[in-house]
Design a binder for this molecule. Structure first.
Ligand SMILES: NC(=O)C1=CN([C@@H]2O[C@H](COP(=O)(O)OP(=O)(O)OC[C@H]3O[C@@H](n4cnc5c(N)ncnc54)[C@H](O)[C@@H]3O)[C@@H](O)[C@H]2O)C=CC1
Ligand SMILES: O=C(O)C(=O)Cc1ccc(O)cc1
Length: 302
């Protein structure tokens, strides 16, 4: 991948994701100039002061002029507005990509703006992040050893896909391609539903008495389970609305399962409870222990 180099990268929406991408590409020497644009001068200025970007402007036209790659890294529901602004500025040699957590609504947004999704728009989603947001939280290794899912369409240009794949690989990520609907179903189950559950649990407890009193007696498990309820509410508001159907399916499936656990507790059915908890422990251990062991194999000292 030694030939991979981006002369000018433009980032629309400089936060955790855009900032971490800029940091990683700069650290690898894979980018010449990084220019960011967005809504708030203060966070763009912060990005410049932190050395995450080389320049910023509030003018989209100036930001994307002569850019090889434009990355849309705003909250999900803002992307359509960004695409509409970008549309008259796009050139055949410019490759546009995004990092949004939901892909179906991104495809529909692009279809509304362009008629059909342009061949040089490669939809993407890094499966890496945290409950923090903003450019100040951006790190150089956020994507290292994480997966990035690309959801190209049959009309997406191969060289554009190859370039975006190379961009993420330069950040240390493993790139996999997936169908849009499959992406949204899988992410609804593994990411969107857990966030909805964590927010709802914390809110239900906090509404149900003094949050300070309840949380005072919480152990580490509660902290682990609810870390993601500290995530940015705007981002998750957007994701919940953008992936509505798949998340509703996830909530329904989960509710049916929870009802079974509730019935087992109510009737004292210890066998069902044990079997449920045992299956869950095995499934989780198998996956995460496997991951841990393969990481140890790669770098035994860490
Ligand atoms: N935070 C995470 O862990 C992950 C986030 N994502 C996705 O990446 C995208 C960005 O997320 P983060 O970087 O975490 O968010 P962030 O809040 O850190 O950054 C978003 C940036 O977009 C800017 N912005 C907001 N409205 C805008 C507008 N109207 N025009 C231009 N800029 C605007 C904000 O000022 C901010 O700088 C979202 O679509 C999110 O779903 C994907 C994977 C992981
Ligand atoms: O904080 C965490 O553990 C996350 O789950 C981060 C995350 C948030 C949104 C995504 O679309 C992908 C990853």
């Amino acid at each position: 991948m030694s030939k991979f180099y981006i002369n000018k990268l433009a980032i629309v929406g400089l936060g955790l994701m855009g900032g971490s991408l800029a940091r990683a590409l700069k650290a690898q020497g894979s980018v010449g100039e990084v220019v960011a644009t967005g809504r708030r001068a203060a966070s763009l200025e912060k990005g410049l002061a932190l050395g995450v970007i080389d320049a910023w402007t509030l003018d989209m036209k100036e930001a994307v002029a002569n850019a090889d790659v434009v990355v849309i890294a705003t909250p999900t529901l803002i992307a359509e507005k960004v695409l509409a602004e970008l549309a008259p500025l796009m050139t055949p040699s410019m490759i546009v990509t995004d990092v949004a957590s939901v892909k179906g609504n991104m495809q529909r947004a692009a279809e509304r703006v362009f008629g059909e999704v342009p061949a040089n728009f490669v939809m993407g989603h890094p499966i890496a992040g945290s409950e923090q947001s903003g450019v100040e939280a951006a790190t150089v290794d956020l994507f290292l050893d994480h997966r990035v899912i690309l959801t190209p369409l049959s009309t997406t240009a191969e060289p554009a896909i190859a370039l975006i794949q190379a961009m993420w690989e330069a950040c240390g990520a493993e790139v996999v391609c997936m169908d849009v609907a499959e992406h949204d179903a899988v992410l609804a189950a593994t990411s969107h539903l857990p966030h909805v559950l964590a927010y709802t649990l914390v809110d239900a407890l906090a509404q149900n008495g003094s949050a300070a009193d309840i949380f005072r007696f919480a152990a580490g498990g509660f902290r682990d389970f609810t870390r993601i309820a500290s995530s940015d509410p705007t981002m998750w508001h957007d994701i919940a609305l953008a992936n509505k159907e798949a998340i509703l399916q996830g909530i329904d499936d989960f509710s049916a399962h929870l009802d079974k656990v509730r019935a087992a507790i109510a009737s004292g059915d210890g066998d069902t409870l044990y079997a449920t908890f045992d299956r869950a422990k095995r499934a989780r251990d198998e996956h995460f222990l496997g991951q841990y062991l393969s990481r140890q194999k790669k770098s035994p000292s860490s």
